[in-house]
Design a protein around this ligand. Structure first.
Ligand SMILES: Cc1cc2nc3c(=O)[nH]c(=O)nc-3n(C[C@H](O)[C@H](O)[C@H](O)COP(=O)(O)OP(=O)(O)OC[C@H]3O[C@@H](n4cnc5c(N)ncnc54)[C@H](O)[C@@H]3O)c2cc1C
Length: 292
């Protein structure tokens, strides 16, 4: 395996993930890369392919668990300015894959552009939200996408236009290695009207979701025609706890995790939930959280 640190000081070998993971979770990776530019990212992708290194993208780490073993290959973070930039032009908002969803929603609101406001309060990055197809009752993040710039495993930057993208409740076809930039097409609206919608969405989220710091989820995919949170509630698992992790009393598909988080506790709780729901309802809950 080829060493990647020659690409620049932005690649670190045998690197700790301390401070990058959910609720102080510990972790270590063979390499952590934070490329400063898109050109550096494409060089990294090519070097990974040539050197046989796997690559995982870490957003804000709300849906990723890391075990005790070192993660082989590269953990990529889009922390540099070009990947966090948000620009507004006419009725489009262009945001880097590493920008936070909340900052994109705020920028759109300030510019008097409507469409994304109900996503306020969803923690995470634009890349993570697109990868996981973040959605709410008003629709999903993909409804307002005009195009997405992705970087493929062999280091090509490709623009995926709206008409080639499919967003459905169970997922989307944005399966390229890295989501680098997303462009949203929005509707002009007065700022105060957008703010009203945003406040309403926020209040609703506050009532139904565990917005408290340390909430993780949704932890399971919605089983076809069913609601994972409801099954977990009916199985009597609300507030059930294993070590640092507890099932939220507001929505069974979310966990409240105390710092320092421990992936083993969380996995044991997820397994227990899967077992109870299987025994009670003969439904196999599929994990949505990535385990590295
Ligand atoms: C309190 C709370 C409320 C929530 N409410 C909702 C809700 O209403 N609706 C909803 O749909 N979801 C909701 N979520 C889930 C939320 O959408 C995800 O937690 C979030 O989108 C994950 O983003 P992240 O940046 O933390 O991604 P991470 O956890 O870092 O990564 C998640 C996955 O995305 C991949 N990924 C991350 N960035 C990129 C990138 N740039 N390119 C390619 N792949 C990438 C990672 O490799 C990983 O597989 C909620 C979560 C919480 C904790």
């Amino acid at each position: 395996m080829k060493d990647l640190t020659g690409l620049g000081p932005w690649v670190r070998a045998n690197a700790s993930l301390q401070g990058m993971l959910f609720q102080g979770m510990a972790g270590n990776a063979a390499f952590v890369a934070e490329p400063p530019t898109l050109g550096d990212l494409t060089r990294l992708m090519r070097a990974c392919q040539q050197g046989g290194h796997s690559l995982r993208v870490l957003g804000e780490a709300n849906n990723v668990l890391v075990g005790a073993n070192q993660i082989p290959g590269v953990v990529l973070r889009l922390t540099a300015q070009p990947f966090r930039e948000i620009t507004v032009k006419d009725n489009t908002v262009r945001a880097g894959g590493g920008a936070s969803v909340d900052s994109v929603v705020s920028a759109a609101c300030k510019a008097g552009l409507s469409g994304l406001e109900t996503l306020i309060g969803i923690p995470g990055s634009v890349g993570g939200a697109l990868r996981l197809n973040a959605h709410d009752e008003a629709g999903d993040i993909g409804d307002h996408i005009r195009r997405v710039d992705v970087v493929t495993g062999d280091g090509q930057v490709i623009t995926r236009e709206r008409d080639e993208l499919k967003f459905e409740s169970q997922g989307n076809n944005l399966d390229d290695a890295v989501i680098a930039v997303a462009e949203f097409e929005l509707e002009p609206e007065p700022e105060d009207a957008i703010l009203r919608l945003m406040k309403r969405a926020w209040m609703k989220r506050k009532v139904h979701q565990p917005l408290r710091f340390g909430a993780m989820g949704p932890v399971f995919q919605e089983p076809s025609g069913l609601n994972a949170g409801e099954l977990i509630t009916k199985a009597g698992l609300l507030r059930h706890r294993v070590g640092c992790a507890e099932v939220s009393h507001r929505d069974g598909n979310y966990l409240l995790v105390r710092s320092p988080a421990n992936a083993d506790d969380i996995l044991r709780l997820l397994e227990l939930i899967q077992q109870r729901v299987r025994e009670r309802f003969h439904v196999d809950l599929e994990r949505k959280i990535a385990v590295w």
